[in-house]
Design a binder for this molecule. Structure first.
Ligand SMILES: [Zn+2]
Ligand SMILES: [Zn+2]
Length: 133
């Protein structure tokens, strides 16, 4: 992980930009049905403490509640999914694909592998968990 400098990211259209001052963890790949439906493939997300995250253009940010205890933030203009957050958590998961330039991150583990699609294999050597880790 690279936690020595800020990393910037954005949605596809650029209306929402974000700056991360420090990552809380490496990337977790989630193959659950919700993540697959929303992204068209699977989610790869890092995570930050909320006080290490600055979001600009949040008026374009829409939160969709796919489960009882969490919601997913996406750009209402271009549709990019950017965030996932659990209710009452002081951390926010951020889709790793939104960052510009190097992040210093790597995939730490795959979760909900039991729900993954049949059209791809997981073979990067990272740990795999059938459900949540
Ligand atoms: Zn956008
Ligand atoms: Zn998921």
């Amino acid at each position: 992980m690279n936690d020595s400098k800020s990393v910037k990211g954005s949605c596809l259209c650029g209306q929402i930009t974000l700056t991360v001052k420090a990552f809380d963890r490496d990337v977790v790949a989630c193959h659950c049905k919700q993540c697959r439906k929303q992204t068209g493939h699977f989610v790869a997300a890092t995570r930050v403490d909320n006080d290490k995250l600055v979001i600009e253009g949040a008026n374009s940010l829409t939160w969709f509640r796919a489960s009882e205890d969490a919601e997913r933030g996406f750009c209402s203009c271009c549709g990019s999914i950017l965030f996932w957050r659990r209710d009452d958590s002081d951390k926010t998961s951020i889709m790793a694909g939104c960052f510009d330039g190097d992040t210093g991150l790597s995939i730490d583990r795959h979760i909900f592998v039991a729900d993954k699609g049949d059209y791809y294999e997981i073979n990067d050597g990272a740990k795999e968990f059938p459900q949540a880790d």
